[in-house]
Structure formats: structure tokens, C-alpha cells
Design a protein around this ligand. Structure first.
Ligand code: PMP
Length: 330
């Protein structure tokens, strides 16, 4: 008998995949933690479950209660599915700029979806502030994924130890992009507790302030990126104190080249943040030299971005190269 007790017990314990094209190119072993195989389709299922359990433990979420959160989409999907399994309603506030696929998924899962215009964090109309006010007004639990460290604790207790177990502890470096910082910080804390020599490198898209935070001491953002769910302008509570050794900046063009190569050579169709993560892992591998092992995170699947990253018209509009097999026949 091997029967899982419902949705919640299928979160985590994801495979660690040796990525063929990136490993061959670098002469290193590049390993991707297959978080897109979580039941809600992303790395954020782990944080969603942890935030709900934290709300329950603190007495803020009662049977039949409501969870409210601001999200780029994946946390909202995780929270909605966890909420469904545990009997909570979910109200999800999301910037309207995020992919149609994530909006559709949230609606089909039954979330009460509130789309708001994309605004800078300092604007009271920013989706995170809107979600906090909604929670206050309705008495719902504000999950607060950015600044509730139950998020990074989920990764310190599950994702990090899983990676150590799956590799026998033989890891030279770990690379990861940041939305809330929960994945990077939690995994980094677990890896460094095992071996402080494991190199932790933040992977940052353009438009995010964190590369400058690591290399210059304060966040400073420049440019923009078509990736979703990553990029951050401030040091969240989840990031604060994370043991990070270095940062690399990854352009959209570089991330897409990696994404499309993973489709063609590894049979993996992934989202943009996975492209940033694997591109950073390859750069770190090149700097370490052949024979090293670099681990990164495959955050979600490409189907969530079919209308963007895998859409020739979208790519052309952004001035990005279109791989020939994406062009319609004839
Ligand atoms: N990739 C994707 C696709 C995401 O949705 C997110 C979360 N917003 C991340 C990466 C970043 O994860 P974290 O919030 O743990 O930093």
C-alpha cells in the first residue's frame, strides 16, 4: 500500500534532476530541484502550506475562515488549493500584468481574484498593501509571504534537507532567484548549517534591486524583465540575514536561451524564473571549473506562460529572439 492522505501530503519531496544540456556545456553537474512537480505546480506550494499552518497555530485562522494574500500568482494558487483542502476561502490580489494562465488557474481553483494595476511598492495601491487592507477590513488571515518567516522556515525544514539527502551532502554551490526570498534564504540556511563552504549565489533579473544589495550594500534597481514572480526592491524579512555569498545578474535573453535549450535538449518546459536560475547555475559552474556540483530550483512549468515566453508575437514585441520551432507552420 502506498496511499497519500490527500493533497497536502503530496507537497514537497520533489525529484532532483541532473540537467543534461547545462551539465555538458559547463563540465559540471547541474542539478534542478523539480518544484514544478508540486501539486499546485510551483515551489510556492511549500510556502502556502506553511503560512496557513502558521496562521492556524497563532489562532488567526479559524475553521471556515478566509485567507487573503497579494501574489504574482503561484502563492495564490498554492494558498487556494491548500485552503480548499482545509475548508478556507481565499481572496487573492494580483497585479493585472501577470500571465493570463495564472489568472485562469486561480479562477478555476475557486479563488476570489482581485486584479489591481501594477504599482511601485511605495504606492498604497501596490498589490501587497491592497491585500493587507482587505485582510484587515474582512478579518481574514493576511498570509504575508514576504515578511512572515514561516515561508523561509518551510524551505529550511524541507527543500534544503531534501537537497542534502538527495546529493549525499555533496553540493558545491546553490543558485536561486528571489521573489519573497523564502526559497533562497531557507535553502541557504540549511545548506550552510551542513557545510559553510557551500557557495550561495543570488540570481537576479534586471529590474530587481538585490544584485546591488549584495555587491554594493543597498538595493538599487535598473531596467526591467519579462520574468514573473522574481525580482525584489527591498530586503524582506525572509531575506534578512540570509547567508548569501554573491549575486549574478541574468538578462531575459540569457534566461530564454537557457529555457529554450532545456526544452530542446532536456525535454523540460519551464517558466522564466527557472531560466534565470539555471543560467546563474551555469555561470557559477563556469567560475568554479569542471567537476563541481551546482544545485538550483526549477520553480514552475512553462504552460503557465504559454501566452508570453513561448509566444512568438510576445517575444518579437519585446525584441527577443524567437526559436524556429515556435513559429506557426506555413
Ligand atoms: N519563481 C516563480 C515562478 C515564483 O512564482 C516565485 C514566487 N513569487 C519565485 C520564483 C520566487 O520564490 P520565493 O518567493 O521563494 O523567493
Amino acid at each position: 500500500m502506498d496511499i497519500r492522505d490527500g493533497f497536502l501530503s503530496t507537497i514537497g519531496e520533489t525529484p532532483l534532476i541532473r540537467l543534461s544540456w547545462p551539465s555538458t556545456r559547463t563540465g559540471c553537474t547541474i542539478l534542478g530541484k523539480a518544484e514544478f512537480l508540486n501539486p499546485g505546480g510551483s515551489v510556492k506550494d511549500r510556502a502556502a502550506l506553511a503560512l496557513v499552518r502558521d496562521g492556524e497555530a497563532r489562532g488567526l485562522l479559524k475553521p471556515g475562515g478566509t485567507i487573503v494574500e497579494g501574489t504574482a500568482g503561484n502563492t495564490g494558487i498554492g494558498l487556494t488549493l491548500v485552503g480548499n483542502a482545509l475548508g478556507y476561502r481565499t481572496v487573492i490580489v494580483m497585479p493585472e500584468t501577470q500571465s493570463q494562465e495564472k489568472k485562469d488557474t486561480l479562477r478555476l481553483c475557486g479563488a476570489d481574484l482581485r486584479l489591481v494595476p501594477a504599482k511601485p511598492y511605495k504606492d498604497p495601491g501596490h498589490y501587497i498593501h491592497v491585500s493587507r487592507r482587505l485582510a484587515e477590513e474582512t478579518g481574514g488571515l493576511w498570509a504575508n509571504q514576504f515578511d512572515n518567516t514561516a515561508n523561509r522556515d518551510a524551505h529550511r525544514r524541507s527543500t534544503g534537507p531534501e537537497i542534502l539527502h538527495q546529493t549525499g551532502g555533496r553540493v558545491d554551490a546553490f543558485t536561486c532567484a528571489v521573489g519573497t526570498g523564502g526559497t533562497l534564504a531557507g535553502v541557504a540556511l540549511a545548506l550552510k548549517a551542513h557545510d559553510p563552504a557551500i557557495r550561495v549565489v543570488l540570481a537576479d533579473p534586471h529590474g530587481s534591486g538585490l544584485h546591488a544589495w549584495i555587491t554594493e550594500g543597498a538595493p538599487r534597481a535598473e531596467g526591467s524583465s519579462i520574468t514573473e514572480g522574481i525580482g525584489q526592491g527591498r530586503v524582506t524579512a525572509n531575506l534578512d540575514g540570509a547567508p548569501i555569498d554573491d549575486a549574478v545578474r541574468v538578462s531575459d535573453a540569457e534566461a530564454l536561451e537557457v529555457l529554450f535549450s532545456l526544452v530542446r535538449h532536456d525535454g523540460l518546459v519551464l517558466g522564466g524564473s527557472s531560466g534565470v536560475n539555471v543560467a546563474a547555475a551555469m555561470r557559477v559552474a563556469e567560475s568554479l571549473g569542471p567537476g563541481h556540483t551546482v544545485v538550483t530550483v526549477l520553480c514552475d512549468a512553462g504552460a503557465r506562460y504559454q501566452s508570453k515566453l513561448y509566444n512568438p508575437a510576445f517575444l518579437r514585441d519585446k525584441g527577443l529572439p524567437v526559436p524556429p520551432w515556435l513559429e506557426p507552420a506555413g
